[in-house]
Design a protein around this ligand. Structure first.
Ligand SMILES: [Fe+2]
Length: 259
């Protein structure tokens, strides 16, 4: 983690396979199309239909808590990094980036600039293998830069605060970081791999340049109950649920409940 991010493999891939299958079945049902997959999504879905389908899929993802099922596949990894009292984001973001659709991407950004605490780590999980053209980029050691000195370029706000797109994880006040200056590099991923990264790292993508592939991925925040974050004041996408509890935490809570 010396660079602020690192690629890892699922310890138990069956949990990722499970949520991938559930989501694909839902996609086929929603579109009434048996031939559709994540990768060929753009061939069947036009702009008009896309927004509604993404909304319904993201809702399904959250309602069925697919991220919680999926993270079961890296439970030991999470214990190693956070201890055993783990909190996980209540409403994670399901992302769909079609080829050459600028509006599907957030661009390069640093989540600490949007208010994420560096103790809230992020996990990026693609639902397919991603090559150089379709994967996200990450800038090594960019978590060591002063957020106040980061250079942005002017980009107009495409979405309103509280809009569906905002709730799907697109910022209403985008702070897109200028390209190349911070030396971001693509991190291709095989299916079953994920990127674990600090929200202070510059990451993202301007455009999915793979004309044959729509990228489906989700990202979820994870933290420890005992990290110095005021979890009570975090709103909307910063709300957490308990993923696991350490034996000592359980013991002590039971004691306090009797006092
Ligand atoms: Fe981000």
């Amino acid at each position: 983690m010396i660079n602020g991010f690192k690629k890892y493999k699922f310890q138990k891939i069956e949990f990722l396979n499970k949520i991938r299958t559930l989501l694909l079945i839902k996609l086929k049902k929603l579109t009434k199309n048996k031939k559709i997959t994540f990768s060929n999504y753009h061939k069947y879905i036009d702009d008009k239909k896309h927004q509604n389908i993404q909304w319904e899929l993201a809702k399904y993802f959250r309602d069925k808590k697919l991220h919680i099922i999926c993270l079961e596949g890296i439970r030991e990894f999470l214990y190693m990094n956070f201890g055993q009292s783990i909190l996980i984001q209540k409403k994670p973001f399901l992302r769909i980036a079609r080829p050459f659709k600028e509006e599907d991407n957030i661009g390069l950004h640093k989540d600490t600039i949007y208010g994420q605490n560096p103790y809230e780590m992020s996990i990026h999980v693609p639902l397919m293998s991603l090559g150089n053209k379709s994967c996200l980029k990450f800038a090594k050691n960019s978590h060591l830069l002063n957020d106040k000195k980061i250079q942005f370029y002017k980009s107009k706000s495409l979405f309103k605060k509280g809009s569906k797109q905002h709730k799907l994880g697109k910022p209403y006040d985008p702070k897109r970081i200028i390209k190349i200056k911070y030396n971001e590099k693509p991190i291709p991923l095989k299916y079953g791999e994920f990127v674990f990264f600090s929200p202070a790292v510059i990451h993202g993508q301007e455009l999915n340049r793979d004309k044959n592939l729509t990228r489906f991925s989700f990202d979820v925040r994870v933290s420890s109950k005992f990290f110095p974050v005021d979890f009570n004041i975090k709103k909307y996408n910063g709300s957490y649920v308990e993923f696991s509890k350490s034996p000592i935490d359980i013991l002590a809570s039971k004691y306090f409940a009797k006092q």
